[in-house]
Design a protein around this ligand. Structure first.
Ligand code: FES
Length: 265
């Protein structure tokens, strides 16, 4: 099937050759990476974290040294996105920048890099179909086509009732159970076009579909079942860092004493 609507050329310097590449699909993820100034999304649109989320921010920031609190940027963007029903207004990103003492551009860079952050309003159920190589080889585009047909939308669009939004995304880390899609926080794997549609129908009916593989597979086990990690883990499970430090210091002190005793002889 001819899927291409984009082609471009590239100079390959080493071989001094001009090669033409044809994309299997246009890249849609980038469509959400650009700020579009609209009435409900300007820098001055009101946004404030809720009291509960400020408490959560306090808990998150305790995990990082004070001079590295920018490390919490993804966690705070996620909080802001959840508070905004699944998308990140510009004002929310600016708020995160102020809370973390970051330049706003540094926050925009993070928010636009990860497809988990939505720069525009999305439907209540954000359907993300993976079409990266392992999923593509296992029929990812057939899943995407089935979802598009079932929802009556193209990639980047929401259904008129706001129930679903469709995205094509890069690898979501469940390649071993390809093809797969994610809806909000849950992944649905080992899909066929039919089971993908069934997942969406179940969600539309207000029920929770079975999370994970949609075939008779346990987790990501192969056909032979579980072959590793069959024994209980032997540990250590959680190191007592103070005890470890004391042991290290005691051993170092003993070594020093032995060295000194050796020097006196
Ligand atoms: S390629 Fe689809 S989950 Fe990795």
């Amino acid at each position: 099937m001819q899927r291409s609507n984009a082609a471009w050329t590239s100079n390959l310097g080493m071989a001094n050759a001009r090669t033409t590449f044809t994309a299997t699909r246009a890249s849609y993820a980038a469509g959400l990476n650009v700020h579009r100034e609209v009435e409900h999304n300007t820098g001055s649109t009101p946004f404030e974290f809720t009291a509960e989320n400020y408490e959560e921010i306090g808990r998150i920031l305790k995990k990082y040294p004070k001079n590295y609190k920018a490390s919490a940027v993804i966690a705070l963007l996620d909080l802001a996105q959840r508070q905004c029903d699944g998308w990140l207004p510009l004002a929310a990103m600016n708020k995160v920048a102020r809370v973390l003492d970051m330049a706003p551009i540094r926050v925009y860079e993070v928010a636009t890099f990860y497809t988990m952050f939505n720069r525009e309003k999305v439907g209540r159920n954000n359907v993300q179909v993976c079409c990266t190589t392992p999923c593509m080889l296992r029929g990812g585009y057939d899943i995407l086509d089935a979802v598009k047909k079932h929802l009556g939308v193209e990639v980047g669009q929401s259904t008129p009732d706001g129930m679903f939004h469709l995205m094509e995304v890069e690898c979501l880390g469940a390649c071993v159970n390809a093809p797969m899609l994610q809806v909000n926080d849950h992944m649905y794997e080992d899909l066929t076009p039919e089971t993908a549609v069934k997942v969406l129908e179940t969600i539309r009916a207000g029920k929770q579909p079975k999370i994970g593989p949609q075939i008779d597979r346990n987790g990501c086990e192969g056909p032979q079942g579980r072959t590793t990690l069959n024994e209980p883990a032997s540990g250590p499970f959680c190191r007592d860092l103070n005890a470890a430090m004391k042991k290290y210091k005691d051993e170092e002190a003993k070594k020093m004493e032995a060295k000194k005793a050796g020097a006196k002889k």
